[in-house]
Ligand binder design. Structure first.
Ligand code: HXC
Length: 507
């Protein structure tokens, strides 16, 4: 039967597609601790939901290679559709040529049109050298689509092998980057080039491994130990995000918080640190907090949680690290997280305990003014419900920046331990009582007295509450209940901004 010949032809082609680079190369991949593209997709997607698309696309240069080194299609994760591509290092090193790129672009176009998330699994030798400028152009087309989809659909990239040179910029344009320790490497110029140009000796892992890009550069948002862990995390993130900017993030069944003694957690001494993550745990649904960029600029903690089942983005100063000051890296981390949450309809819960900006020439020359401005911009621009809790210190510009009422919080509450002031009691007393202190017979005792007086008068939440900058002073133990009441009544909030081409966020 003629038909059986045609079916046999399809079966033969499918077998090739299934084998990808062949058993030997797949084995080499396994020896390196890496899965093949198909194994990765099987772990990422719900069973039997993957529909491959573009499998028969071939390069115009060289011998045809299975799937041209990238498996593309649509599947489901947690029952919800997601467009995917997975580069396969076993086929021409997963390198990106014209047609390989076209396959990725086709998924980007469909994902944007359908309003579904896009996930990329990267494992590639970069631009396919034989394809020259066609390969470069392929990247350009991908970058353009990454940018156009930004803020419309969630885009996640998992780096599971090399990602070098300009190839790093597609991941960098996506919302979240996950890297696998030991196998993933991202850098613009590799160790050999750096050695030749600057003389610095650095290994590829030190330079661009998961931990380097997570903790030193802030390029990665998460590091995972294995392919399996990275893909499980990707599923978890997809489960938390809406499919697109017109939908809300999925609610979860409410759960009580961890039992934390919130009333006893913040030390009376304003100079004593504590772990703000304990406060987050005591406020949000048990086990719901997923920290983002943990290990980078830990003076601010950001992540997603559920509050009585409602997804929220949490931003908190961390008094344990650099006393909770805001610096350049923390500003970048915070501002980008706020904009990501705003784009995808996560209400913002901000927990404030910061003495201000980190002083120093490194900060000033590094542009803390420019970077710090991003925080103000991001909060003021955001239209999602915004609720702020002032835990303890909220001084000066940092008070304003951390989603104060003046900047646009819908509601601000303070704990009785809150100190809302232009600056801390010591420097304030030194300045405003300078003459009296100089004239005092015992300046040290006089200073202590004046500091106590200042603290009594200004370093409390009631001066701000008297002017309406704080809507309620709550007992720490009541915070969760208060937040649930406030947020649930803000979910229908509508706010719009003047129409414009786009703002000019300080970058
Ligand atoms: C074509 C490539 C390739 C590439 C790897 N291969 N990279 N083919 N173009 N860019 C092929 C190899 O020839 C080999 O084919 C197979 O993939 C596996 O590669 P190996 O070198 O054997 O693997 P390994 O030893 O693990 O080394 C991996 C590697 C190395 C470190 C990634 O392959 C490498 O350095 N590749 C070149 C990287 C590079 O310079 N790319 C261009 C970057 S510039 P066979 O048939 O032997 O198995 C760039 C710019 C993008 O990407 C710009 C965007 C704006």
């Amino acid at each position: 039967m003629a038909n059986s010949k045609k079916l046999a032809e399809l079966a033969r082609r499918r077998e090739q597609l299934f084998a990808m680079g062949g058993a030997e190369r797949v084995e080499r991949q396994h020896q390196m601790g890496k899965w093949s593209a198909r194994e990765r997709l099987a772990a990422l997607l719900d069973p039997d939901t993957f529909q491959e698309l573009g499998a028969h696309v071939e390069a115009r240069v060289g011998e045809p290679a299975p799937a041209d080194g990238v498996v593309t299609g649509v599947g489901r994760a947690g029952g919800r559709p997601v467009y995917v591509y997975a580069q396969d290092f076993t086929v021409v090193g997963g390198s990106l040529g014209e047609m390989h790129a076209k396959k990725i672009q086709a998924m980007q176009d469909l994902a944007l049109k359908a309003g579904c998330p896009m996930v990329g699994l990267n494992d590639s030798g970069g631009a396919r050298i034989q394809e020259g400028v066609d390969a470069l152009s392929g990247y350009g087309e991908i970058f353009r689509r990454n940018t156009h989809a930004s803020g419309v659909i969630p885009q996640i990239t998992v780096i599971m092998g090399p990602s070098a040179g300009g190839a790093v910029y597609s991941p960098a344009l996506t919302d979240l980057v996950i890297m696998v320790r030991g196998t993933a490497q991202m850098f613009i110029t590799g160790p050999q080039v750096i050695r030749a140009v600057t003389g610095e000796q650095v290994t590829a892992e030190e330079l661009g491994g998961a931990d380097a890009q997570l903790t030193r550069s802030g390029v990665a948002h998460f590091a995972a130990d294995t392919d399996a862990e990275a893909l499980a995390l990707t599923r978890e993130l997809l489960a938390r995000f809406p499919a697109n900017n017109l939908e809300d993030p999925p609610r979860q069944p409410p759960r009580p918080p961890e039992p934390v003694d919130l009333n006893g957690l913040v030390p009376d001494d304003p100079n004593k640190p504590y772990d703000v993550r304990r406060i987050i745990a005591g406020v949000v649904d048990r086990g719901s907090f997923l920290e983002c960029q943990a290990g980078y600029a830990d003076n601010v903690v950001v992540g997603w949680a559920h509050l009585d089942g409602q997804p929220v983005g949490v931003i908190a100063n961390q008094p344990r690290v650099l006393a909770g000051t805001l610096d350049i890296d923390a500003s970048d981390k915070l501002a980008r997280f706020v904009r990501l949450c705003d784009a995808f309809n996560f209400p913002l819960l901000t927990l404030v305990d910061t003495p201000g900006y980190l002083p120093g020439t490194a900060q000033e020359y590094g542009g803390i003014i420019r970077h710090g401005a991003k925080v103000l911009y991001a909060y003021a621009e955001a239209t999602v419900p915004k609720v702020t809790v002032i835990l303890r210190k909220a001084y000066g510009g940092a008070y304003l920046a951390m989603c104060s009422r003046s900047l646009g919080a819908d509601l601000a509450v303070a704990w009785p331990s809150a100190e809302i002031a232009v600056m801390g009691p010591e420097p304030a007393a030194n300045i405003i009582y300078r003459r009296e202190l100089e004239a005092a017979p015992d300046p040290a005792a006089a200073r202590r007295e004046k500091v106590a007086e200042y603290r009594e008068r200004f370093a409390n939440p009631y001066v701000a509450a008297a002017r309406g900058y704080v809507d309620a002073v709550v007992e720490p133990a009541e915070t969760r209940a208060a937040l649930i009441r406030m947020l649930s009544a803000l979910m229908s909030k509508r706010e719009s901004r003047p129409s414009k081409k786009h703002g000019n966020v300080p970058l």
